[in-house]
Ligand binder design. Structure first.
Ligand code: SAM
Length: 276
């Protein structure tokens, strides 16, 4: 049943299938079905140039699952998922609702395909899940969007989620100001979970991953160093183990002894709470 689903800003506009998009290429790399030929070409080129790219996106997705589960167990019951991507198996609301069936989620993405697939796939979701077509570089506009304010009560703690999206915010667009714009609007006890392509991992060829993204309408992705990422989460009470590679953030117990199947690379990640 379509419950309180809203399409807040009107139809998000036609997708441009002449150019690859971050959301669709990511979907292709995750093994999804919501992409076009140009996205598959880009995804295959990326995987040829840096074969670890598939592990990198899977590790990120796995971090998302662990971070949302952690926050839900910590009592966070409303999530603002910024740059949420094309819905796939294990979306934020599904993960959070395994812990708290009443959890609410406002998804936000700039990509028309991510938003329209959100409508299709999340339209059947229970009350309290909305999708907004918006640009997170304008926090005030996102925070005032009707579909966001409808499910998020900003007088109570919020889980602000920025998984693998801030690399799409260039230095000129000031990622620290973007993060700050959202954190200034939430009450103490709120949390930020973030993952970001990292610039200083010698195990991967980050230029092979980010260089081709200059073809995205949003422009070339900007990887950032550990120091730059630490600056983005400064002032938060980071939970253990702090800012680490995504696969190293509270990994689940392995069934078998032996070396980690995952290479622990690509994204750095952290979860922190806004102190009083
Ligand atoms: C690599 S995907 C990550 C998707 C999801 N967060 C995840 O971790 O699985 C990056 C997403 O950010 C979105 N995005 C990029 N720039 C954005 C912006 N300025 N505002 C909102 N969304 C944006 C893209 O459309 C894409 O869906």
């Amino acid at each position: 049943m379509v419950d309180d689903f809203r399409w807040p800003l009107g139809p998000p506009g036609a997708a441009n299938f002449d150019l690859p998009s971050s959301a669709r290429v990511y979907d292709f790399l995750l093994g999804g079905t919501s992409h076009g030929a140009v996205d598959r070409v880009m995804g295959r080129d990326l995987a040829r140039a840096e074969p670890l790219v598939v592990s990198i996106v899977r590790e990120n997705r796995s971090f998302l699952r662990r971070a949302v589960t952690f926050l839900a167990h910590a009592g966070i019951d409303q999530f603002l998922d910024l740059g949420s991507g094309i819905p796939t198996m294990g979306n934020t609301h599904e993960i959070a609702r395994r812990v708290n069936p009443d959890a609410r989620v406002a998804y936000v993405d700039i990509d028309p395909v991510a938003v329209s697939h959100g409508e299709l796939l999340l339209g059947a979701a229970a009350r309290g899940v909305t999708v907004t077509h918006a640009d997170l570089r304008d926090p005030e506009k996102v925070l005032a969007a009707p579909a966001v304010t409808e499910v998020i009560d900003f007088a109570r703690p919020v889980g602000v989620l920025m998984f693998s999206v801030l690399q799409h915010v260039s230095a000129a667009d000031d990622p620290a100001a973007v993060v700050g714009g959202f954190l200034a609007h939430v009450v103490p006890g709120s949390a930020l979970a973030v993952s970001h392509l990292t610039a200083d991992d010698p195990r991967i060829d980050i230029d092979a991953i980010c260089g081709p993204t200059r073809a995205y309408p949003s422009g070339r992705a900007t990887p950032r160093s550990a120091d730059e990422l630490a600056a983005l989460v400064e002032g938060l009470d980071l939970v253990e183990p702090g800012l680490v590679f995504a696969a190293q953030w509270r990994p689940e117990a392995r069934r078998h002894r032996g070396p980690l199947a995952e290479p622990c690379c690509g994204h750095r990640a952290a979860v922190g709470f806004l102190p009083a």
